[in-house]
Design a protein around this ligand. Structure first.
Ligand SMILES: Cc1cc2nc3c(=O)[nH]c(=O)nc-3n(C[C@H](O)[C@H](O)[C@H](O)COP(=O)(O)OP(=O)(O)OC[C@H]3O[C@@H](n4cnc5c(N)ncnc54)[C@H](O)[C@@H]3O)c2cc1C
Length: 556
């Protein structure tokens, strides 16, 4: 934890060095002592400290300084750190002036120069002031701070990115805390306006205006560039299937890289509670599962590039070459595609305009806390919708689950249906679809088409979370990898037409179980045609594929 600061200001360098030394000797273990040779510089230091979210315990200034005297400095300093204790150093001749200034400026104490011995004339009084300050001191948050507004799509994208990448941050909603003096002070010091949001403040004092995930990723040191230009195994996609393959591949000696477009964990990372994954009888959140898997993969030496996107692949002899969204590329011998599926879009009038401003696809992890006292709509009847409803019900006043069918039995696991039935603030609205969404800058109402009456009902809604199934995004593989008519990748026996091997196949064996129509390129998890859409099956396929990859590599 960062030490609170004691700032001392004096234009006489000899006096400054002496007071700094005395302060450090007595308080250095618990406080950081900073000296400034001018009040102007002192104020600059205070502004920087505020932006870094440091705490200032005490400001101690010499009264007689040109341009700005000690009292004037302390008065200005007080605007930045109102809680800091304020003390003056004065010469005997200035005592009367100092006393009247003390009364006017609410200064806590004044010390006469010289203060020798400090054990008698300095420390006892400062001990009192610092004890007083400590009594109401709450350590400041030390990580990344994000300033923004709740209904801005850009702010949502950034918060979602931080949450899914497990980067701790403090969220400051500048609209909601507009009356909070601390927020006001911070905004004044930053001199930023609405167009600069989201603003990200880092503990080292740097700030990013109009910040986007890629900039933050770079700043916090997330790796997006490959360290070498060749790997034994490259994995595209960091969901459960890709992570499992990475752990097994690297633990069995393969030099492995994994590329993830958004955040490791994939769809599972968006799940508030996975209750059917073996070995976790009380369930675990997808975020937890992802975090553990990433640590495990890194322990075995897997290189994780995230956020980074694979945009094309090609083959050159036994090399498989992957091109990345930032123009970078590398080659590998074996390639595993574990790119999963992405949310299907809901067709309803006005919906695109409000995406990120009350309308969200999946996720919602970063939104749940903000939904306190609100009416939330969850669209969809599968397990993902059920988990989200249960999660929101902890905070929201009411959660309405909109389903097209007659009920949940055909699409949701019984354990979730049971939980929902026991949760009084969840309502199921069956045989209904969203026809239109309304709102200027954010979602305010939705129009719901009721199938039984064929009437449209317009209801208030602050947020709507959509979970209506998912499809693979594999167009970037067209012309190289064989897919079915919905874009799922064909592997192993699905590629065979009778005893005929896939077109262009050059080896004298059939494709392995999880191998695509290109030797050495494998596909696992939800992106694979015919796969079971579960965490455990993705993990299973990811680990099994490594066995086939070893077989393949033994003959390259
Ligand atoms: C909200 C929710 C709750 C769920 N709950 C459960 C549950 O309780 N139990 C259960 O068994 N299953 C559950 N599932 C299903 C389960 O999460 C999925 O079956 C599983 O995550 C599939 O894993 P995957 O690795 O194949 O793909 P995904 O998890 O979809 O991961 C694929 C990853 O690839 C990345 N990617 C895609 N294209 C590229 C590219 N070109 N370059 C780089 N990266 C790319 C994506 O960003 C994504 O992170 C849930 C799903 C959701 C959405």
């Amino acid at each position: 934890m960062a030490k609170p600061i004691v700032l001392t200001v004096d234009d006489d360098l000899d006096v400054l060095r002496t007071i700094e030394r005395d302060l450090r000797t007595q308080y250095g273990a618990d406080y950081r002592v900073i000296g400034s040779e001018s009040p102007e510089k002192g104020l600059d230091i205070l502004r920087q400290l505020k932006i870094r979210n440091d705490s200032v315990a005490l400001m101690l200034a010499d009264q007689r300084m040109p341009r700005m005297n000690g009292v004037e400095f302390l008065l200005e300093g007080m605007q930045i750190f109102p809680e800091a204790k304020r003390a003056l150093l004065t010469a005997y001749a200035d005592t009367t002036a100092a006393i009247s200034a003390i009364n006017e400026a609410n200064i806590n104490y004044f010390f006469l120069k010289p203060w020798d011995p400090p054990e008698e004339h300095l420390y006892p009084q400062l001990d009192d002031l610092l004890d007083d300050w400590r009594a109401s001191y709450r350590p400041a948050f030390e990580g990344i701070r994000v300033l923004g507004t709740r209904w801005s799509p850009r702010c949502y994208e950034l918060r979602d990115f931080l949450a899914r990448n497990h980067l701790p941050y403090q969220w400051i909603d500048v609209e909601q805390s507009a009356q909070d003096p601390e927020t006001k002070r911070l905004l004044e010091l930053l001199g930023t306006g609405a167009s600069d949001l989201p603003v990200v403040l880092f503990p080292d004092g740097t700030k990013l205006l109009e910040s986007v995930p890629a900039q933050v990723a770079q700043k916090v040191g997330l790796r997006t560039r490959a360290q070498t230009d060749f790997y034994d195994l490259a994995i595209i996609g960091g969901g459960p299937a890709g992570l499992a393959a990475a752990v097994y591949g690297a633990s069995e000696g393969l030099h492995t890289v994994m590329i993830e477009r958004e955040a490791p964990g994939g769809q599972a990372g968006m799940s508030s509670r996975i209750e059917n994954y073996l070995g976790f009888p009380t369930g675990l959140s997808g975020g937890d599962l992802a975090r553990r898997a990433v640590v495990q993969a890194q322990r075995f030496g897997v290189e994780i590039l995230s956020p980074q996107e694979a945009v094309s692949i090609r083959t050159e002899g036994s090399y498989r070459i992957v091109k990345l969204a930032d123009g970078g590329k590398f080659s590998c011998h074996a390639l595993l595609i574990a790119a999963g599926v992405q949310w299907r879009r809901l067709e309803a009038a006005g919906i695109a305009r409000l995406q990120g401003a009350g309308v969200y696809y999946g996720g919602g992890a970063s939104e749940a806390l903000s939904s306190k006292g609100e009416i939330i709509y969850v669209v969809g009847g599968a397990n993902s919708a059920g988990q989200a409803a249960m999660n929101f019900a902890k905070y929201a006043e009411k959660v309405v689950v909109l389903v097209r069918g007659d009920g949940l039995a055909a699409t949701m696991s019984q354990y979730l249906i049971d939980q929902i039935q026991k949760t009084p603030n969840i309502q199921i609205w069956t045989r209904a679809t969203v026809a239109e969404v309304h709102g200027e800058a954010r979602l305010e109402e939705i129009s719901v088409l009721c199938w039984d009456t064929n009437k449209v009902e317009r209801v208030p809604a602050s947020s709507m979370f959509i979970f209506i199934g998912a499809l693979p995004q594999t167009d970037w593989l067209a012309g190289i990898i064989e897919r079915d008519d919905r874009g799922f990748i064909l592997t192993g026996p699905d590629l065979m037409r009778g005893s005929e091997r896939p077109k262009g196949w050059t080896l004298d064996r059939d494709p392995f179980l999880l191998e695509t129509n290109v030797p050495g390129i494998f596909a696992v998890g939800d992106v694979r045609h015919g796969s079971v859409k579960r965490v455990a099956s993705g993990v299973g396929e990811g680990s099994v594929a490594v066995q086939f990859i070893h077989n393949y590599l033994s003959k390259v």
